[in-house]
Design a protein around this ligand. Structure first.
Ligand code: C2O
Ligand code: CU
Ligand code: CU
Length: 498
């Protein structure tokens, strides 16, 4: 069963996007549990949010846009006193806002980004979805930016970068889940002349967090570490149930990012119709109307929403981990929960969604140089609860992550076919940095349309087959489970393209 897998519909219906709606409307149950701690804020300076959330108005995050091919930005990561759902809390933020500023760039741009670390742990930055160099001071996840230090990143976005929605977040092994749960994430919008017209554009970053009585972030317990932590408050742009305004009859572009550490989101637009334009920063060849869609942690969706009714909302329904019952978990479940609500009035010029878009090449037409298998496993799954250790509990091909080891070596300018096997009883969202994956099949069901993703859900006790076109960039980077607790505990490997 393809529980929670966003694109299983392709297979069952021979790849006809017209019927996406049928399969996208699956309903699921849940699981959950919250928690985490971000260490003391003592010696570091605490920012006050600029009246954050007080009126709970849905707004786009602050936007920083490139000019004449260059974007120069400073991102300062620091503790932030703010409020979530009316409660005073302390989180982490880039530039004093959750999410951090949206970086808006175009293919061919250069980004000079100074990361300032003003909190109590080392950190760094990953540009998830950008097709950029993984070395030196580019998208290099091996960099450590110590507390009190800063680091000058430089990203050259190639001309072939596709228009779409990507994001940034910390990537320091062992600390990623805590820092993302704490509030460190932001959107990267790549726009081009191919970006379709819309009346209005919204950047919608969905995240979750849990807090202690005193407003500090909750630390994860054993179960959270095992299943991946889910926060009690589910937020859009740092707010719980914000409201906003829309124009009746408008065609809005929604850029939706799942920045949750571990939460799968089944999403549905109510009061309007939704056309899926892009997924994981890649365009869908024949955009079609969808009823609902699933975002794994790390996934993004670009959706064109036609505003129909006077109230329009984005509704979230819980997606179960398959072994929820077995593990005896229970937590909040969400059923058609409005993440935000818009009131529509007035009128807008009518626009229509594009009927076709360009995709990257179909790698099924190319010959494959290498085939390999990656086995995701949670050995000692049951024992861990008793022994209270996660040691060696999350592996890829039998090994937990080690910084000094290259697990996989590929040759530049080759196409590889990867079979990702899941030997555990819960689904894992498999992510590869830099090079996008074309999804060929899930559990032996073939996908017909060309579909690129950078986070691919591998069903529990199932498998996914993808192809990857290794080109342009060489060097070392990572693949891992995007349930960030799993990544931090070792479900990650190093890949080198040479
Ligand atoms: Cu969004 Cu390696 O991560
Ligand atoms: Cu990434
Ligand atoms: Cu995982």
């Amino acid at each position: 069963m393809l529980l929670g897998y966003p694109f299983s519909f392709f297979t069952a219906f021979g790849g006809k996007l017209e019927i996406m709606s049928t399969v996208f409307s699956r309903r699921n149950l849940l699981i959950g549990a919250g928690a985490l701690a971000v260490a003391g804020t003592s010696t570091y300076f605490l920012t006050k949010g600029p009246g954050l959330n007080t009126d709970n108005k849905l707004e786009n995050p602050v936007e920083l846009k490139s000019e004449s091919g260059l974007l120069e930005v400073t991102l300062t990561a620091a503790p932030l006193e703010t409020s979530v759902d009316g409660k005073a809390v302390t989180m982490l933020a880039y530039n004093g806002s959750i999410p951090g500023p949206t970086l808006r760039v175009r293919p061919g741009d250069k980004v000079r980004l100074k990361l300032v670390n003003n909190f109590s742990e080392p950190t760094n930055l990953h540009t998830h979805g950008l097709f950029v160099d993984p070395n030196d001071n580019s998208d290099n996840p091996f960099i450590h930016v110590m507390n009190g230090d800063s680091f000058d990143y430089e990203f050259d976005i190639p001309a072939e970068q596709v228009e779409g929605t990507n994001w940034y977040h910390p990537h320091l092994h062992g600390k990623v889940a805590n820092q993302v749960f704490g509030g460190l994430y932001g959107t990267i919008v790549v726009e081009s002349d191919q970006s379709p017209l819309a009346t209005e554009e919204r950047v919608l970053v969905i995240s979750d967090a849990s807090f202690n009585q005193d407003g500090s972030l909750k630390a994860p317990n054993m179960m959270d570490l095992m299943m991946g932590r889910e926060g009690d408050s589910v937020m859009v742009n740092g707010m719980v149930n914000p409201t906003g305004e829309a124009k009746s009859g408008a065609l809005e572009r929604w850029r939706i990012v799942n920045a949750c550490v571990a939460r799968y989101l089944s999403l549905q637009v109510a009061g309007g119709t939704a056309t899926l334009l892009g997924y994981d920063g890649h365009q869908i060849a024949k955009p079609g109307e969808i009823d609902s869609f699933v975002l794994a942690p790390g996934n993004r969706a670009d959706v064109l929403v036609a505003i129909k009714d006077s109230k329009v909302s984005l509704n979230y329904t819980t997606v179960a981990h398959p072994d929820a019952g077995m593990m005896g978990m229970s937590s909040q479940t969400f059923d058609n929960y409005a993440l935000f609500t818009l009131s529509a009035s007035g009128t807008a010029d009518p626009l229509s969604p594009p009927t076709s878009q360009q995709t990257l090449p179909d790698l099924r037409d190319l010959s494959v140089t290498g085939k390999r298998q990656f086995v995701l496993a949670m050995p000692n799954h049951a024992m861990a609860m008793e022994s209270a250790t996660m040691e060696g509990m999350f592996t890829i091909n039998g090994e937990a992550f080690s910084m000094d080891k290259v697990n996989t070596t590929v040759s530049n300018d080759t196409v590889e076919e990867w079979t990702i096997v899941n030997n555990s009883t819960m689904q894992h969202p498999f992510h590869l940095h830099i090079w996008p994956m074309q999804v060929l099949s899930i559990d032996d069901q073939q996908l017909d349309p060309v579909l690129y993703q950078d986070v691919v859900t591998v069903p529990a006790n199932g498998k996914a087959v993808v192809r990857v076109n290794f080109h342009t960039h060489t060097g070392k980077t990572l693949y891992h489970c995007h349930i960030l607790d799993h990544e931090d505990q070792g479900m990650m490997g190093v890949i080198e393209s040479a």
